[in-house]
Design a protein around this ligand. Structure first.
Ligand SMILES: Cc1ncc(COP(=O)(O)O)c(C=O)c1O
Length: 402
């Protein structure tokens, strides 16, 4: 296979879960895991592992795993390895950073959150604002298109932070983060970007996005369940998170509470290596990541077109949102059927596509879907045209009147 092309058969062979014959459209909730990642986790756990140190092999192994995972995450996200913070989840990291960043907020200060975001990039800021006396300004979106409103409508000279998603996990919208960041920086506000739903679908570059902080979750891109946050090391140096007395004050360790999950970090490195090898053999891993993710984006866009065209042609199906720039994530309802019924019927056809607000509760309400949400189908690099057709057949034959 030449580089710069995605070979779905080769990729699929790496995922034992696909042997079950299920079409997984639930990637936005967490992708399936390829064997090299599972093997890396198991390998770390059985190789002889201690706390980080430099005396024994087991200590050095733990240390190498941590530094290796920082370099891998940096290669994935275009960051400095010294600015890579690991945590249990993006949610936990965002609560931690909200606590640290809001220390010097007070009455008169303002923070901007959006109705498009997952609650993990809303509630930590709302709660931090409540505690500090700062004011929350809400940026809305157009419920028809799912395009974010103009930041200028809520930004003021008192804005301290803008929290915005790089891609909506519910509606697929990819806001223009660079433009938002440039506007926010004009008033010296910091920009905290939720990259959880973008990272599995497109090349990501912290500096190119203009983000001050970017969080994401390796379990959305073939890795284990944990979270990662990247920022410029010099910016991290300015923050004083809660920490134990004996734990190091060095950056980025200062932000990592307790012992890191070494085995999961080994899995992060394997996941980034897997992504880098999807469609590139460039000598440098960052270059391989960028090439591979560009190919992934193109491959998934073609499947998205097929999915949108197919669902759009079925009577009784309503597609929600039509953002100009989007991830391959589709939200739909079927007339006369609850989301749960559709989820169950699709499951009977071997198609995994759940229904919910997926924690993008504000977005679901704003889109007119209340607290029930709708059915979400997300494409991944292991998705095939046959998977898409299976989903379309199940919807048209089992769920809508003939
Ligand atoms: C867009 C988005 N942001 C944040 C999160 C929360 O991530 P985590 O589970 O790592 O806290 C999710 C999880 O679904 C998500 O899709």
């Amino acid at each position: 296979m030449p580089t710069n092309a995605l070979d779905p058969a080769r990729i699929r062979a790496e995922f034992p879960a696909l042997d079950l014959g299920v079409a997984y459209f639930d990637g936005p909730g967490g992708s399936q895991v390829p064997s090299p990642v599972a093997e890396a986790v198991a390998g770390a756990m059985t190789a002889g592992l201690s706390n980080r140190g430099s005396v024994t092999d087991a200590e050095r192994r733990a240390d190498d795993i941590v530094t290796g995972a920082r370099t891998a995450a940096a290669d994935l996200l275009g960051a400095d390895p010294r600015g890579v913070v690991f945590g249990r989840s993006m949610t936990q990291l965002t609560f931690d950073f909200a606590r640290a960043l809001s220390r010097d907020w007070g009455p008169g200060d303002e923070v901007v959150v959006t109705r498009l975001d997952h609650d993990a990039n809303i509630r930590p800021w709302v709660l931090a604002a409540e505690r500090s006396g700062a004011t929350v300004r809400w940026l809305g979106f157009d419920p028809e298109t799912a395009e974010l409103d103009d930041l200028e409508t809520v930004l003021t000279t008192r804005t301290r932070l803008v929290a915005v998603t790089a891609a909506s996990n519910l509606l697929g919208t990819r806001p223009d983060v660079r433009a938002i960041a440039d506007t926010a920086h004009e008033v010296d506000a910091l920009v905290y970007v939720d990259g959880v739903h973008l990272a599995p679908h497109a090349p990501v570059d912290l500096a190119a996005l203009g983000a001050d902080f970017l969080g994401c979750s390796p379990y959305k891109f073939f890795g284990p369940h944990l979270g990662v946050l990247v920022a410029r090391p010099a910016l991290l140096e300015t923050l004083s998170p809660d920490k134990l007395l004996p734990s190091t004050d060095a950056v980025p360790e200062r932000f990592e509470l307790g012992t890191l999950p070494y085995e999961l970090l080994a899995g992060v490195t394997a996941a980034v290596d897997f992504i880098a090898g999807l469609a590139s053999s460039a000598p440098d891993r960052r270059a391989r990541v960028l090439e591979s993710m560009a190919v992934v984006e193109e491959y998934e866009a073609a499947l998205l077109d097929r999915l949108l065209a197919g669902l759009g042609a079925i009577d009784g199906v309503t597609l929600h949102g039509r953002p100009a720039r989007r991830t391959p994530t589709v939200l739909f309802t079927v007339a006369g059927r609850s989301g749960h019924e559709v989820h169950e019927e699709l499951a009977r056809a071997g198609v995994n596509a759940p229904a919910s607000h997926f924690y993008a509760l504000e977005a679901s309400r704003r889109a007119g879907l209340g607290d029930d949400g709708a059915v979400r189908a997300g494409v991944a690099p292991y998705t095939t045209a046959e998977d898409v057709d299976r989903l379309l057949r199940a919807v048209s034959q089992k769920l809508t009147p003939a």
